[in-house]
Design a protein around this ligand. Structure first.
Ligand code: NAP
Length: 500
């Protein structure tokens, strides 16, 4: 039976037909496109609401934006990049890398930019998704067999809910919606938020601002960033696979080793904690300021920050660290709970993303018209992070509980894309109408996952990994090889197939 009124209408001749629709042209969407191409599946489109590819790297173009782990790990294993200019690559370098990959792997004809998915409903009779798009040519209905969502957890910006915020008459900027024409020169700026983004942005703004007020709610654990520029020789050597592979391999194992630092009582944890403490002590000599910057929660609970210029920026004469909570905003100032008022021209929000309400802006209806928004609410859950019961022929990249606290997200994207591709192949080769994850498999997987997360370091503070009730819905607790093995082992055992 068709699951919505929309679906009961016969397919209009103007409907676009495609085998696979990928939503989102960030790293994960592009990786999926490349895997499809390599497998000889050419009939797919990648839909992206922005005017260009890049996803989070298209959005995050604030001053100082860069990847917070060594760049040799921030490229696909099958497409090493010999053009990195520094170990912690800038956002613009990553954007260029993605553009080169899109072109090299022939993805450009598959891209539908400036196009949004409005609704998606599964048609049980035909085993296809009916997807309403809105784009440069108005509304268009697409029928696709497989629907792959690769929007990731960092796509919906979170503005702070502070009294009077809307009444502020100066500039209001969010780090992920940066206005590149903005100049900080001579401005009195307030930055709200000191997470990974704030710590990258603050040193750059401090270089130009007349005065920078940093509103810190929770101080974070910060490790030195072992950055260095890549020389001409580095770039030449990076073209030789044995060299490139050994550099990547080194960082891979180094980061995997750091996973032990998230477990209480390990030697790695002691090393990481003393490194961070020494870093703070060395860079901040004022004991009062140091105390304000000392994290009150166990290391690793929130994402560990790698920065060598954040503490020096905080120590600058034109920078004030404000730790008294914000009470409200007036049209021209920020007033803290102690009644102090600070006049500012610009409020910059580095307040992160709505991570737990994944895809909530979309109306996605699966079997019997079940809405993904209702099924998930703010507790998204999936089998292996890639599939959800009652949503056949639909997959996720960077879905629930697949973010990593210790290494590159690309190491998770690639095996997910391969897992999804294998599921697609099984359906196509077996002549099935659809594939869907078994409810029991999804429950068992998530029960074990949540059990493992209980009492883990990530359960000891609030963070974007957790929903309002405290459940950790974003993070994968194990090592990378462990997750990869799960994806390989469970290629079809957790699923059932509907015959045509
Ligand atoms: P975030 O980690 O969620 O940090 C948001 C910050 O805003 C926190 O300091 C938070 O304080 C503060 N905040 C939120 N609402 C507030 C309010 N109403 N009043 C005062 N402070 C408020 O967001 P993010 O820094 O954008 O980073 C998100 C993730 O993006 C990172 O963890 C990382 O995975 C990713 N990222 C990656 C890179 C990269 O290079 N790959 C770069 C940047 C970001 P509390 O801690 O008290 O909540």
């Amino acid at each position: 039976m068709a699951s919505s009124q929309l679906l009961t209408a016969p397919t209009a001749s103007s409907d676009l037909q495609t085998e696979v629709l990928v939503l989102g042209a960030g790293m994960s969407g592009l990786c999926m496109g490349i895997e499809l191409k390599q497998a000889g599946i050419d009939d797919f489109i990648i839909v992206e609401k922005q005017a260009g590819i890049g996803g989070t790297w298209w959005d995050n173009i604030y001053p100082g934006a860069h990847v917070d782990l060594p760049a040799p790990l921030y490229c696909f294993s099958f497409a090493p990049n010999s053009k990195w200019r520094q170990r912690f690559a800038a956002a613009s370098e990553i954007q260029s890398y993605m553009e080169r990959c899109s072109s090299h792997y022939g993805l450009l004809p598959h891209l539908r930019l400036n196009t949004k998915v409005e609704t998606a409903s599964f048609d049980e009779d035909t085993g296809t998704w009916v997807i309403q798009l809105s784009g440069p040519n108005g509304l268009q209905r697409v029928r696709t067999r497989f629907f792959i969502c690769s929007t990731g957890p960092l796509s919906q910006v979170r503005w702070p809910s502070i009294s009077g915020f809307e009444t502020f008459s100066g500039r209001r900027l969010h780090s992920a919606r940066w206005d590149q024409t903005y100049s900080a020169k001579g401005q009195r700026i307030a930055v709200i938020g000191t997470g990974s983004t704030g710590c990258q942005l603050i040193p750059k703004l401090a270089e130009e601002a007349k005065h920078l007020y940093v509103f810190q709610r929770t101080p974070n654990w910060i490790m030195p960033r072992l950055d260095r520029p890549y020389t001409f020789l580095d770039r030449v050597l990076a073209n030789f696979p044995p060299y490139a592979n050994s550099v990547r391999g080194f960082w891979y194992y180094f980061m995997e080793l750091s996973r032990h630092g998230f477990t209480h009582g390990t030697v790695m944890r002691s090393i990481m904690m003393s490194t961070a403490s020494y870093h703070l002590k060395r860079q901040v000599t004022d004991p009062l300021l140091r105390e304000k910057l000392t994290p009150p929660y166990p290391m690793g609970c929130k994402r560990i920050i790698f920065s060598s210029d954040y503490y020096p920026a905080i120590c600058k004469r034109n920078v004030s660290l404000v730790t008294i909570p914000i009470d409200h905003l007036t049209p021209s100032s920020i007033v803290t709970a102690d009644g102090a008022e600070r006049l500012v021209d610009t409020v910059v929000c580095a307040t992160g993303f709505e991570t737990t309400r994944l895809l909530s802006q979309l109306e996605i209806k699966g079997l019997s018209g079940r809405s993904l928004r209702d099924v998930w609410s703010d507790t998204p859950e999936a089998y292996l992070g890639v599939a959800v019961a009652d949503f056949p022929n639909m997959f996720f990249l960077l879905g629930p509980n697949t973010a990593t606290g210790h290494t590159s997200t690309l190491l998770y994207i690639e095996p997910q894309a391969r897992h999804i591709l294998n599921c697609i192949k099984v359906v196509r080769q077996g002549g099935y109408r659809w594939i869907c994850v078994r409810r029991e498999a999804q429950s068992a997987y998530n029960q074990a996952l949540q059990q493992r997360l209980t009492n883990s370091v990530w359960s000891t503070c609030t963070s974007w990994y957790r929903n309002k009730s405290g459940r950790i819905v974003m993070l994968w607790p194990g090592t990378t090889p462990e997750y990869v093995k799960l994806l390989q082992e469970n290629n079809s055992s957790g699923y059932f197939f509907m015959a045509s």
